[in-house]
Ligand binder design. Structure first.
Ligand code: GTP
Ligand code: MG
Length: 563
């Protein structure tokens, strides 16, 4: 039980925080449905038996009141129907609302600095967390908590009704029903846990391997690994199928157990009411009522079957999702730089995840508003890491950072399977048609786009398929131009463009950046030459900073690629 509570607690509190009233209302309506159902069956049994007995003698038939019980039956039927309708609306609306909120929090958690970097290596995992794991949580309320509460309520109702006939009968019935009815699903839940977990892992592996096969088909074929990848997919499939088979066995066992317990309980109840009628403790109609109440109260426990089998999967999902939600709760106050500056770094050191060597060490650097800084250094020196630090994507382990809001033009262009317009609007959803065209023109891409038959509505394939490398780069630049932030961080902005286009783009970039501050990580002279200062970075340390007009500035430029 403790494993259950520990895993479920954070999610449960989230459920309650989100829609407490709707969830409680749903549970209450659910209990009302079942109680009305039990009462309906019991009363009907009593009524039918009593009417037929009354029919045996003329005197009894005259005095027998048919109307009150008939009205009661009708009322109970209406209550049951209305409560069931309300319960469906309330529970499903609340659950879906909670899951939507969970999904949003999870998205925000994944949007935290650094999280994207980790996920970049495992996109299939992100997909899985956002879909399957969240969906698995809907069983927590709909298939586990509500049915359990309802079943306990039913057992309680039945034992009170039966207890009125005979105290020990009611008590024994209630205890046995609640014990076996909750105990069996718990035992099955424990047995199913391992298999449910394996099944989930198997399906996750199946999905990610299938995605790898589709995405990396060419590479796999060239490396002669296509067959091996297919084998790996088949292995994941049979692993999941085996777990599925085990789960089916547990379910069969549970169904059998339920059948056995309910048969035993009903047989015992039949004997008990027979004995009570025999000793004249109760009348025959009351005996019929008791038996039917017993019969009806066993039913809700069967609804726990599905939840029991999904328990393992639900717990696993809860366990995996909970830490992400905790991250999303932390507000991260960002320091603002001193007036007149866009960033101030003092003694900053930073490490990449799982790396013992600092990517940046003891960095002291400031940038004034409107100033342009080029960062140069050999490959792996730490240029991109510095930009990541300034955009708060890479956390500092030592020192202090204060930086204004920045937009990054990443070293690798990221485009999405969407129209050109969609890919652009990502940077600024409010941008007007004119704004989009201006940005495209500034990036030197408008002529190319207008030559396409569908213009801005041209659909791109996965990862921006359909554009050349240079066109993709210019699209990324156009996206940057739509971002009105005081600081632009450019990671090798014109890499991959030919000299003439690059110079054209750079002069437009320079014009668009008027009044803004720029940091340009570069290997190429043409990009560094638009800067006011050049910082040289070596092995994560800044070894030299020179200003335009100084001899060191020219020497730094001469070290760069000349085109
Ligand atoms: P180029 O882009 O090739 O010119 O290099 P750069 O100067 O931009 O280097 P970058 O800042 O990307 O890398 C600096 C150091 O950090 C290198 O030693 C990298 O191997 C390392 N590094 C970069 N990204 C990661 C990462 O995501 N994880 C880890 N563990 N190390 C990283
Ligand atoms: Mg880089």
């Amino acid at each position: 039980m403790s494993f259950f509570i520990a895993d479920i607690k954070p999610i449960l509190s989230l459920f309650l925080a989100e829609r407490r009233r709707a969830l409680l209302l749903g549970a209450m309506l659910s209990a009302a449905t079942v109680t009305a159902g039990i009462a309906l069956l019991g009363l009907s049994g009593w009524f039918i038996t009593a009417t037929s007995l009354a029919g045996l003698s003329a005197a009894a038939a005259m005095t027998f009141d048919v109307f009150a019980p008939a009205a009661g039956i009708r009322l109970l039927a209406i209550i049951r129907t209305a409560a069931r309708y309300g319960e469906r609306l309330a529970t499903h609306d609340a659950t879906l609302g909670v899951l939507a909120a969970l999904r949003e929090r999870l998205f925000r958690g994944f949007a935290e600095p650094g999280a994207a970097r980790t996920l970049f290596h495992r996109p299939a995992r992100l997909l899985f967390r956002l879909t399957a794991d969240i969906d698995a949580l809907d069983s927590l309320y709909l298939r586990i908590l509500v049915p359990a509460a309802v079943a306990v309520g039913a057992a309680l109702t039945a034992s009170v009704v039966l207890g009125l006939m005979h105290f020990v009968f009611g008590l024994g019935f209630g205890l046995f029903l609640a014990g076996a009815g909750l105990g069996l699903p718990l035992i099955a839940g424990r047995a199913a846990r391992k298999h449910a977990r394996r099944r989930a892992h198997g399906i996750e592996a199946l999905r990610s391997r299938a995605i790898d096969l589709v995405a990396g088909q060419t590479d796999l074929l060239m490396a002669g690994r296509l067959e091996a990848q297919r084998g790996a997919i088949a292995a994941a499939d049979s692993y999941a199928a085996h777990a599925d088979d085990r789960l089916n066995r547990v379910e069969t066992g549970l169904t059998f157990g339920f059948g056995l317990v309910s048969t035993l309980l009903l047989a015992a109840s039949l004997l008990a009411v027979a004995a009570l009628t025999e000793t004249k403790a109760i009348t025959a109609p009351v005996a019929a009522l008791g038996l039917l109440v017993a019969f009806a109260s066993v039913e809700p426990f069967a609804a726990l079957r599905r939840g029991a089998l999904e328990l393992g999967r639900t717990l696993l999902a809860a366990k995996r999702i909970a830490p992400r939600l905790a991250v999303a709760d932390e507000a991260r106050p960002l320091a603002t730089p001193s007036p007149g500056y866009v960033f101030c770094l003092a003694g900053v050191s930073a490490f990449h995840e799982n790396s013992a060597v600092p990517a940046l060490e003891n960095i002291d650097l400031v940038l004034k508003q409107g100033e342009r800084l080029a960062v140069i250094g050999s490959s792996g020196a730490g240029k991109t890491s510095l930009l990541a630090l300034l955009s708060h994507e890479l956390p500092a382990r030592a020192g202090s950072i204060a930086a204004m809001t920045a937009t990054v033009l990443t070293q690798r262009t990221e485009l999405f399977e969407d129209s050109l317009r969609g890919n652009l609007a990502l940077a600024n959803p409010e941008a007007s048609e004119t704004g989009l065209r201006q940005a495209l023109a500034a990036a030197g891409l408008l002529v190319d786009v207008e030559a396409m038959p569908r213009g801005l509505d041209t659909p791109l394939g996965e990862g921006g398929l359909g554009l050349s490398g240079g066109q993709s780069r210019r699209l990324a630049l156009a996206r940057l131009f739509l971002r009105d932030t005081p600081l632009w961080l450019l990671d090798e902005p014109t890499e991959g463009l030919d000299g003439a286009t690059a110079r054209d783009v750079l002069s437009r970039l320079s014009a668009m950046a008027a009044g803004r501050s720029l940091v340009i990580a570069t290997h190429i002279r043409r990009e560094a030459v638009i800067a006011d200062r050049i910082a040289v970075i070596e092995g994560g340390r800044i070894s030299e900073v020179s200003r335009r007009g100084e001899a060191a500035f020219e020497k730094a430029l001469d070290r760069l690629r000349p085109d």
